[in-house]
Design a protein around this ligand. Structure first.
Ligand code: NAP
Length: 248
């Protein structure tokens, strides 16, 4: 297990699914955890207790990642509480699927705000403290859909493709300050987000995956652990696909 003892992670959207898996994996590696959520206060309390079992400091923050002012305040609060921020994982994301013909402007805007604008908000807030530390790792949750598109997900695909351009630009801007910025493109990971899909679609996804199974939050968390730790100290501006070979 990689040792992240004494480091602090801030992660958005960790009450469920992939974010929860990441928070637990990082806590198991000795990392202190500040995590956000939109509304699931009960799930947040449960996660705090689960992470505390690893003997690390943990705090949950109800904070809308899409709101610029809230995220700047959030990062200030986290810095006061934890003193440093070593790792940022921009994980919060939503879907509002529909064919473009039927996709409302509100649903397009909302997905872009929560999935992409949030990445700008959080990254903008952490880069100053990370520059002072002359070290940091930023990990952005994209998707295979951002690389190949998906019918019924023009808004989601656009947000996830946008994250890739953002990631590579930030990597170029901040490399000289020893701040790394990478993205992960998960494939079909079995969480509440994918539980919304009908059984037929899920079967089709599974058949198309060379490893013949859906991924788990832990599969994605393992890639995060690599990108967060010094094992990846010479890796920046990259996209790691965690998709069972889906895009091969
Ligand atoms: P999920 O189960 O739906 O969980 C989403 C998390 O984001 C929840 O903790 C939710 O908090 C939080 N959230 C939603 N809106 C927020 C906001 N405005 N501000 C702060 N937090 C917010 O999603 P998931 O499947 O774990 O996906 C996590 C990330 O991986 C997303 O970016 C998603 O696009 C990406 N991804 C997922 C898959 C997949 O197959 N599952 C594949 C590729 C990429 P509440 O619980 O309070 O609502």
């Amino acid at each position: 297990m990689q040792d992240l003892q004494g480091k602090t992670l801030i992660i958005t959207g960790a009450t469920r699914g992939i974010g929860r898996g990441i928070a637990l994996k990082m806590a198991a590696a000795g990392c202190h955890i500040a995590f956000t959520y939109a509304s699931s206060s009960k799930a947040a309390e449960t996660l705090v207790a689960a992470c505390q079992k690893f003997g690390v400091k943990v705090k949950a923050y109800q904070s809308d990642a899409a709101d610029f002012e809230s995220t700047q305040k959030l990062v200030e609060e986290v810095l006061n509480e934890f003193e440093s921020i070593d790792i940022l994982i921009n994980n919060a994301g939503i879907t509002k699927d529909n064919l473009l013909m039927r996709m409302s402007e509100a649903d397009f805007d909302k997905v872009l705000e929560v999935n992409l604008k949030s990445v700008y908000n959080m990254t903008k807030a952490v880069i100053r403290p990370m520059m002072k530390q002359r070290k940091g790792s930023i990990i952005n949750m994209s998707s295979v859909v951002g690389l190949k598109g998906n019918a019924g997900q023009a808004n989601y695909a656009a947000s996830k493709a946008g994250i890739l351009g953002f990631t590579k630009s930030v990597a170029l801007e901040l490399g000289s300050r020893n701040i790394r910025c990478n993205a992960i493109a998960p494939g079909f990971i079995e969480t509440e987000m994918t539980a919304q899909l009908d059984e037929k679609t899920v079967d089709e996804w599974r058949k198309a995956i060379p490893l013949k199974r859906g991924g788990t939050p832990e599969d994605v968390a393992n890639a995060c652990l690599f990108l967060a730790s010094d094992l990846s100290s010479y890796v920046t501006g990259q996209v790691i696909n965690v998709d069972g070979g889906m895009l091969t």
